[in-house]
Design a protein around this ligand. Structure first.
Ligand code: GAP
Length: 447
């Protein structure tokens, strides 16, 4: 096996996702809708795995974090209090010549709509407007009347749903700081410059924890969460050399943050934010206390009151999705043939194993393969594939990252064994068919 040495580009990943049905441009038959995507079967499976591994680490395996699922459309006062109505903005300029819109703070990296493309403002023909603040929240209306009082927003983050439920959870969940509330769900942002596939989209799925701590302990917990999240991404299989931590400087921080560090990944477009770990201080609980009149504070057993500080690790499934595919994608030459293989960690791989009858029209092989498939599918996502040459079926599974294939062949009919083929090493060994289920359980636990 030899790597072809081709660099992984975003176009390569987009094309694989399209070819294998992970991701489609949304509303395609109507010409699409900029930077919005629909997920096909393998995309849904991959997203489910990312979400459930996150939930397992952040909630199920911890005593100090509980789950929440708040509404997407909240009382608009929430967004006044949180500062999003006034401050969740990007500076925007329009070009009257090429009619494109750019972020005023990213003109250096932008290219305009003319051919050959220029940096906006580079030529005398560029006619840029003054920068103006553009709010990224999507507005909607609640109820039948489109009057001012019914205006509301689609949430741009899940965090605020957590803060406004602080009192409910603190009272009922029998937790005391340090403790956290976890939430995943859709978030919506009217990004001015979306793009780079799923990296910056207008509708995405956030996974956030708001971790409430005594104020003096905030810096310590901030460090803890940066390390914890970095090691989680490594555990998903992302290579160490493609991960780094970068601290925001003061000008870069969001309106609520007193310190933020990004866990960055080396995407094909360069280093970019994978996950943010922010120290939000007491900003949010204080704001909601002032605006709602409900005291969001902690009272310890000796009657001391304080507003907890908040450490927030926040990441989207979409950024992890892209990072995993870029990291796992390999083109290599095996013998005289090229193959594309996704070396995904078995726990994130959409399909855990393929069950392949070598000669599908042989009734003995077909029957045994089908029975094995029926047994395994009750416990894991597995696939039964009987279409085409065995080599082509292996290649198909390699491209979607299936770690193992069990092949039912002539020998199976004699001794009830199957071969198991390893996606990465291509090694094959024989197993009793009755032991396949336990072998797969072990392999998934082991890796
Ligand atoms: N509650 C904090 C918050 O939302 P953020 O840095 O704006 O912080 C958190 O977003 C994470 O959400 C980012 O680290 C990134 O993983 C992801 N993210 C942000 N905007 C995104 C977009 N337009 N498309 C995909 N993912 C996005």
């Amino acid at each position: 096996m030899a790597e072809t040495g081709q660099p992984v580009t975003m176009e390569t990943i987009v094309s694989l996702c399209r070819r294998r049905g992970f991701v489609f441009p949304s509303s395609e038959i109507y010409g699409g809708l900029g930077s919005t995507y629909d997920y096909g079967h393998y995309g849904v499976l991959l997203k489910n795995n990312i979400r459930s591994l996150w939930f397992r680490t952040m909630v199920q395996e911890r005593d100090d974090i509980v789950a929440l699922d708040s509404a997407i459309i909240l009382n608009p006062s929430v967004w006044e209090a949180s500062g999003h109505v006034a401050g969740f903005t990007d500076p925007l300029v329009d070009c009257r010549t090429c009619k494109l819109r750019f972020r005023a703070d990213q003109l250096e990296q932008a290219s305009c709509g003319r051919k050959p493309s220029k940096r906006p403002g580079e030529t005398p023909d560029c006619d840029l407007t003054e920068a103006r603040q553009f709010n990224l929240m999507f507005e909607t209306h609640v109820g039948a009347l489109q009057e001012e009082s019914s205006a509301a927003y689609l949430r741009p983050e899940t965090a605020q749903g957590i803060f406004i439920n602080f009192k409910n959870v603190a009272q009922l969940a029998r937790r005391k700081p340090p403790f956290g509330i976890a939430q995943f769900g859709k978030a919506f942002r009217n990004e001015i410059t979306p793009g780079n596939f799923l990296f910056r989209v207008r509708e995405f799925e956030l996974m956030e924890v708001e971790f409430f701590v005594p104020p003096a302990d905030a810096p310590k917990w901030h460090e803890y969460w940066i390390e914890h999240r970095l090691s989680w991404h490594r555990g998903l299989g992302l290579r160490d050399e493609n991960l780094r931590v970068r601290e925001h400087d003061e000008n870069e921080r969001s309106h609520y943050s007193s310190a933020t560090s990004d866990i960055e990944y080396l995407f094909p477009i360069g280093w970019g934010e994978l996950e943010g770990v922010a120290n939000r201080g007491d900003y949010d609980l204080t704001q909601h206390t002032e605006h709602s009149g409900t005291k969001l504070e902690w009272i310890d057993p000796d009657g001391n009151r304080y507003t907890p500080h908040v450490i927030e690790p926040a990441v989207s499934i979409e950024r992890i999705f892209v990072a995993l595919l870029c990291d796992a994608y390999h083109e290599e030459v095996v013998g005289d043939r090229e193959r594309v293989v996704l070396r995904l960690h078995p726990q994130v791989a959409p399909v855990k194993a393929a069950i392949l009858p070598l000669i599908p029209r042989d009734e003995g092989m077909a029957g045994r393969a089908r029975a094995l498939y029926e047994e395994l599918r009750r416990h894991h996502v597995v696939e039964h594939d009987e279409g085409g040459q065995i080599g082509r079926r292996y290649r198909r599974q390699d491209e979607i990252g299936t770690p193992w294939a069990f092949t039912v062949d002539e020998q199976t009919l004699e001794d009830d064994t199957v071969t198991v083929r390893d996606r990465d090493s291509l090694a094959q060994e024989r197993l009793p068919i009755s032991g396949v289920r336990a072998w797969l359980d072990d392999a998934l636990e082991r890796d």
